[in-house]
Design a protein around this ligand. Structure first.
Ligand code: PEP
Length: 248
């Protein structure tokens, strides 16, 4: 049985004072969440998250990591450093990393492998651009993106990941995939997992991301292969984030 996961992606937002309000709001409003909850925050705020969320049902993590273990890689943050601050999750392959930082499928796969080997759970993002969707390339795009990751992981590592389907045209735009559109891609992603590992297909949560909000979360989360959400904008306001957790 897969447990649903609602994960916030703060992106490059926040400061100590605003984070304190947001984290306190999440902590006090989360109650006995019936799904897993996490916030993925800028690395400098991991210690603040640990201090604010320790002992609550919510977990925390980062938005990227280095493919390297340590060494002369100025500006990079290693898996070990994220673990030092109690991180459980790390996002890899977000479309903003793929497009603004030129991350290839192979780089994303190497990051996912580094995360799993270190004991972190990578949230592996895949998704098509508007142009790819219009040209009928949605399935081939997400298949290539996910398969590259799955082929890089050891068989026993396949159950230790989270997948997030994030259509690029829906991220931060207010446009959401319809539940049926999303379900179609989620079912494909589930099948790709199953081709590699029946166990992984059963336990790996496949999240939807792309303008998920309190008013559309319930219908998306009702689909059989949508196991939660990766939430950008709506994770920056405690009331909205908590409303999505409740919809779960
Ligand atoms: C994201 O960036 O992962 C995301 C889903 O953003 P938003 O919810 O703002 O579309």
């Amino acid at each position: 049985m897969r447990r649903k996961l609602i994960a916030g992606n703060w992106k490059m937002n926040g400061n100590l004072a605003a984070n304190a309000v947001l984290l306190t709001g999440i902590r006090s409003g989360i109650g006995e969440a019936h799904c897993d909850v996490a916030v993925c925050v800028p690395a400098p705020y991991l210690a603040q998250c640990r201090d604010a969320l320790a002992g609550s049902p919510a977990r925390w993590g980062a938005q990227d990591l280095s493919v390297h273990e340590s060494g002369a890689f100025t500006g990079e943050v290693s898996a070990g450093m994220l673990l030092d601050f109690g991180s459980r999750y790390v996002i890899v392959g977000h479309s903003e990393r793929r497009s603004y930082h030129g991350e290839s499928d192979e780089t994303v796969a190497a990051k996912a492998a580094r995360a799993v080997s270190a004991g972190l759970i990578p949230i592996v993002c895949v998704g098509e651009t508007l142009q790819q969707r219009e040209q009928g390339q949605t399935e081939s795009t997400v298949t290539r993106q996910l398969d590259t990751v799955l082929a890089t992981l050891e068989p026993e590592q396949l159950t230790r990941i989270v997948v997030a389907y994030e259509p690029v045209w829906a991220i931060g735009t207010g446009k959401t995939a319809t539940p049926e559109m999303a379900q179609q891609v989620h079912a494909l992603l589930r099948m790709l997992l199953k081709e590699r590992s029946v166990a992984a297909a059963e336990v790996v949560p496949v999240l939807y991301g792309g303008s998920m909000k309190p008013d559309n979360a319930a219908e998306l989360l009702a689909m059989p292969d949508i196991d939660g959400g990766l939430i950008g904008g709506a994770s920056l306001k405690a009331t909205d984030f908590l409303a999505i957790i409740r919809a779960c």
